[in-house]
Design a protein around this ligand. Structure first.
Ligand SMILES: Nc1ncnc2c1ncn2[C@@H]1O[C@H](COP(=O)(O)OP(=O)(O)OP(=O)(O)O)[C@@H](O)[C@H]1O
Length: 301
């Protein structure tokens, strides 16, 4: 991960606090990692991939580029064919103790909530992880309450999981990970299948978690969402992942085209504003319709 910061923005509330600087030692890191499934060629080859603590990171790439595989390697669900996984600088041992330590720090939420939820009620599901950690009952209950409140689904506590809507199931699955109080949440396409309102609410939840110090990694196909939400971005391009500040990487048209991604809406707007002399070179471009409205009211554009 290259160093640098980018000014994040809450969707509707103006600039959010600056993220912490990129620390020298990543929270979790793949070094020279390769992975091939039994039946196929290598999906990832000799990949270096660092997740800096306390920041938000969007992972982008075309279908089949290896996003899910990379997230599973980072969270210990898959083991590199070669190379290694490090947690806070230390190599992860894939034994019980090593994986317990990793999962206490890094929690993966898979794309389909039905692959994650398994208990009869929301409360039972969300309490499973903390109970499994051997926490006292009071602590488990408090964590469930906090996680459901953070996700805005406190009223669903006693509901059977199979009666929830898709968006509610996505939130319940995320609550289960949040209840583990991990340092890093790794989310595989968390906004997929949510309506626009549901996406906005989820981003607010993720911003709140990040602002409280949780590292949040999200795989997504949505370049617009990635550019306005993430501090950092990683693009799975043919030569391997490219990482850097989202505001720099996600306006690199050549890179995006090579990775099979389109240019974000706001980058196209910025190019048009510059072409018409309305935005100075180096001046930050608006990244959302709300930022564009604020920019035009102050710039008189
Ligand atoms: N269990 C598996 N067994 C064999 N091959 C697999 C398996 N899971 C994924 N693959 C292959 O690995 C490659 C990368 O898949 P992966 O799911 O990591 O990509 P992705 O970037 O997450 O894709 P998408 O955007 O479609 O979700 C694909 O070619 C896929 O066919």
């Amino acid at each position: 991960m290259t160093t640098g910061t980018s000014p994040g923005a809450h969707p509707d509330q103006g600039p959010r606090p600056e993220p912490p600087p990129v620390p020298a030692v990543p929270l979790v890191e793949l070094v020279g990692a390769s992975y091939a499934y039994d039946e196929g060629p290598a999906v990832l080859r000799d990949v270096d991939f660092a997740v800096p603590a306390g920041r938000s990171l969007a992972l982008l790439g075309r279908n089949g580029s290896g996003k899910t595989t990379l997230l599973r390697l980072l969270s210990g669900g898959l083991r590199c064919s070669s190379g290694r996984l490090r947690l806070a600088g230390d190599p992860v041992a894939y034994d019980r103790a090593g994986l317990t330590r990793l999962r206490g720090t890094v929690q993966l939420v898979v794309q389909d909530p039905d692959d994650q939820l398994f208990a009869a009620s929301v409360e039972q599901d969300v309490s499973f992880g903390p109970m499994n950690q051997g926490l006292p009952e009071d602590e488990v209950r408090a964590r469930v309450t906090d996680a459901l409140t953070a996700l805005g689904i406190a009223e669903l506590r006693d509901r059977p999981t199979h009666l929830l809507s898709y968006g509610q199931r996505k939130r319940a699955a995320l609550a289960g990970a949040v209840a583990m109080r991990p340092r890093a949440l790794i989310l595989d396409e968390p906004t997929a299948g949510l309506d626009p309102h549901g996406q906005e609410r989820l981003l607010e939840v993720l911003d709140g978690l990040r602002d409280a110090g949780t590292t949040v990694v999200m795989a997504t196909h949505d370049v617009d969402l990635a550019l306005r939400w993430a501090d950092d971005a990683a693009v799975l391009a043919p030569g391997g992942p490219r990482t850097g500040p989202a505001a720099e990487l996600l306006v690199d048209r050549e890179l995006l085209a090579a990775a099979g991604l389109r240019t974000p809406w706001s980058a196209a707007v910025a190019a048009a504003l510059r072409a018409h002399g309305l935005l100075a070179a180096g001046e930050a471009a608006p990244r959302t319709p709300e930022e564009l409205a604020r920019w035009s009211s102050t710039a008189g554009g």
